[in-house]
Write a protein that binds this ligand. Structure first.
Ligand SMILES: *Cc1c(COP(=O)(O)O)cnc(C)c1O
Length: 386
């Protein structure tokens, strides 16, 4: 299916709403039926019917169709957060005694899920360095039910060979799931590489305007319906019709925004690489990136998040640099219109800082939609001050 068709037409039945170009927000919690048999039929299959907006809603349905098509998936579920799109399927697919293999540095709340939340239900996780495929083979146990990937991750950008891991898991009847937030469906297609479930934080690129928190899960219709019929409806992570509409609006400009962010990041990482105050730039499409070959093989483009370290890095120096920025905002999250900076030291104290631990030295930048020269000027003046 063509991208332009998905973003501009798929799922939109304009004749049903006065030929309005922009779809309506059907701000209704429930839907009425003419007869008891019709109501009974709707209640018997909430996945396919507009009955109650904790399940389906017409504004959401348009969005769902587009998101599934973007991933080349059978169907999609939309959640009120990205972490909901990760936790709910895990709660659905795993049971006491099951074992998970997960990459070692996934998103912070995903780590907590595996380390603190799932153990309450007797579900154990082995974390592996996913850059080496043999670590997945070595970690498999008879109880292994699921492999969780995040490629690349959003701080240090380690990749996994997605096709290889998915093929290995399939042979053993192990479910694979990936957090694809970094690339979005435009720059990485995990389902075509054999992955069963694809989660992403729609707060980031799909929303794109830093005004909404949401998540997406895609997979086969069978798997998505199974999760919907049980844990999705029980836990209740649905988004509001208005939020669904905002995501639809975000989708219209997704390719433009992503492309702009990608191209500006290329320029900014090159500029930083050449700067005498900068020690190391980490971005999957950088020439010196350890897994550059794999990145070019399995990704069609690269997100606008990268990290870098300063020469003679110190806790105070990183703070001084970040405090010195005048336009790039100091904040968590990414994927919006605005450029952001997030130093690793924001989550530790000076006492905990280890000068030899490169992870502590990382300064993460998200490149938004501003003129790249405007951003370079800001970085330049802040680097000049330290
Ligand atoms: C932000 C993020 C999440 C969580 O998404 P929320 O929408 O904040 O719940 C998960 N994974 C990655 C890689 C993220 O960047």
């Amino acid at each position: 299916m063509e991208l332009s068709f998905i973003l501009n037409e798929l799922g939109e039945e304009r004749e049903n709403y006065f030929n309005a170009v922009s779809p309506p927000v059907i701000q209704s919690s429930n839907f009425t039926f003419k007869t008891v048999p019709e109501l009974r039929q709707a209640m018997a299959d909430e996945f396919e019917t507009n009955l109650y907006s904790r399940g389906q809603n017409p504004t959401l349905t348009i969005l769902r169709k587009k998101l599934a098509a973007l991933d080349g998936a059978g169907d999609a579920l939309v959640f009120s957060s990205g972490i909901g799109a990760i936790s709910v399927p895990l709660l659905s697919l795993l049971k006491t005694g099951d074992h998970v293999i997960a990459v070692e540095n996934p998103y912070s709340w995903t780590i907590k899920l595996f380390k603190e939340f799932l153990p309450k239900f007797g579900i154990t996780t082995t974390f592996v360095d996913g850059t080496d495929f043999s670590n997945f083979e070595a970690a498999v146990k008879p109880q292994t039910r699921l492999i969780f990937l995040e490629s690349p991750n959003t701080f240090s950008y380690e990749l996994q060979d997605i096709k290889k891991v998915a093929g290995f898991a399939k042979l053993r009847g192990i479910i694979t799931m990936i957090d694809n937030s970094y690339c979005s469906p435009l720059y990485q297609q995990p389902i075509s590489m054999g992955v069963d479930l694809v989660a992403q934080s729609a707060t980031k690129y799909i929303g794109g305007h830093s005004d909404i928190v949401a998540g997406v899960l895609t997979g086969s219709k069978e798997l998505i319906k199974q999760i919907f019929d049980h844990e999705f409806m029980n836990i209740g992570p649905a988004i509001s019709p208005h939020s669904a509409w905002l995501l639809l609006r975000g989708l219209r400009t997704l390719p433009l925004r992503l492309h702009r962010s990608f191209e500006s990041t290329r320029l900014i990482t090159q500029w930083l690489n050449d700067h005498e105050a900068v020690q190391h730039v980490i971005w999957p499409y950088c020439a010196g990136f350890k897994q550059a070959e794999l990145a070019h093989e399995q990704m069609q483009g690269c997100g606008g998040l990268f990290s870098f370290t300063l020469n003679n890095s110190s806790f105070k120096k990183i703070e001084a640099f970040c405090n010195g920025l005048q336009h790039i905002l100091l904040a968590v999250s990414w994927g919006g219109h605005e450029s952001l900076i997030l130093p690793s030291i924001a989550s530790i104290t000076e006492h905990e800082y280890g000068a030899i631990d490169e992870r502590h030295q990382l300064i993460r930048m998200y490149v938004g939609l501003e003129d790249p020269q405007y951003l370079i000027n800001d970085l330049q003046q802040a680097l000049a001050k330290i």
